[in-house]
Design a protein around this ligand. Structure first.
Ligand code: SME
Length: 157
């Protein structure tokens, strides 16, 4: 798959419905986790122009920065810290409409205003998280949670 992505202007659900099969095609036949995470970030960034989209991987009981698109970010996050660390600890998707109202939010950039973090759970253990940040308040909801979950379910560890 070496063709350009087809990027559409539409509602959020339609955008996910357009990009999801393209992500499936991008990942097809590729088993390398980092390569697949990298292409997921690029595809989401291109379609939605999110401020920041990336993965953190659990390594020796810390989250360590993985493939991402967007401005430079903090490299290590302890369990329970920030939205990413909280999602890891609680093993659940967290939607934060206003990051300034989230206790302990790690402000990698003051331009990030809202975010969603999904834990990636393999054999009952969180092995990574997907973090998507917006420069606008209140940008994420159950539609993002549903489609981003479908996207991370494509990853094989
Ligand atoms: N917002 C995250 C930190 C990571 S950066 O935003 C890329 C958090 O509080 O977990």
């Amino acid at each position: 798959m070496a063709e350009d992505l087809k990027i559409i202007q539409a509602g959020k659900k339609e955008q996910y419905q357009s990009i999801l099969p393209q992500i499936i095609a991008l990942l097809q036949g590729e088993t390398d986790l980092i390569a697949n995470m990298a292409n997921i970030c690029a595809a989401l960034k291109e379609q939605f122009n999110f401020f920041w989209v990336g993965f953190y991987l659990v390594k020796q009981n810390e989250l360590v920065l993985g493939p991402f698109q967007g401005p430079v970010a903090c490299t290590r996050i302890a369990k329970g810290r920030g939205v990413c660390g909280a999602s890891w600890e609680q093993e659940k998707t967290l939607i934060v409409p206003d990051v300034d109202a989230f206790p302990g939010h790690i402000a990698c950039s003051s331009l990030s205003k809202s975010e969603i973090v999904l834990p990636i759970i393999q054999n009952g253990e969180v092995t990574a998280v997907l973090d998507v940040d917006s420069s606008e308040l209140n940008q994420f909801d159950e539609i993002d949670a549903q489609y981003l979950q479908e996207i991370i379910d494509l990853l094989h560890f």
